[in-house]
Design a protein around this ligand. Sequence first.
Ligand SMILES: Cc1cc2nc3c(=O)[nH]c(=O)nc-3n(C[C@H](O)[C@H](O)[C@H](O)COP(=O)(O)O)c2cc1C
Length: 207
Amino acid sequence: MAEILILNGSPRAPRSNSKRYAELFSESCRGQTRYLAVGRDNHQELCGALEGCTDLLLVFPLYADGIPVPLLHALKAFEEQPPKRRPTVSVLINCGFYESEQNDAAVDMVRQFCRQAGFPFGSVLEIGSGEAILDTPFRAMVRGKIKKLARAIETGKHSALRVTMPISRGMFVKASTKYWIRYGAKNGVTAEQMATMQIEGSAPNGK
Ligand SMILES: Cc1cc2nc3c(=O)[nH]c(=O)nc-3n(C[C@H](O)[C@H](O)[C@H](O)COP(=O)(O)O)c2cc1C
């Protein structure tokens, strides 16, 4: 029976979309699962948890077309201190943009890690519009794909899956723009301010 370690690689793990996706995965699984969040100081705990599991599922958001840095550091620790038997690594990644293909580069990074560190690579689920989809009626589509991912990992018949909202790109851009403008207004930030490089009062060049 599969023993799956689910690692949440979101830098905002306790209130992340990745946590919600990880919970849906646990509910869909017939095998044993354990959930841990990647932190700055818990690499020893994570390396210990890798011992004895058959599968590792990395659940994380796309950050700047790549892997969030805390997760990269954890992967480095796994390469340096690998478990006696390396588990098969699968990926459940979500991104803010509409296209699930935005996640391809980050998945390739995990593939490259597996090749380099000698871990078998398993299944993938790439979610587009991952910030929004769980709060729409399309969440049923995500649940379906997560179930398929769970079956693929449990049976070892690995597959690559994708899902996004079944609406046009134009509709997605319109709806998301409206959402973020309202969200900014709630926090006292205008659309014009959001369109600048200013972050909490300081420009990226320090001015
Ligand atoms: C610093 C940062 C960088 C991001 N970069 C991308 C990106 O390159 N492409 C994209 O589609 N979404 C990007 N996003 C959006 C996240 O992938 C999206 O909001 C995701 O749902 C966050 O998941 P989480 O709550 O599990 O952290 C970024 C978000 C942040 C905060």
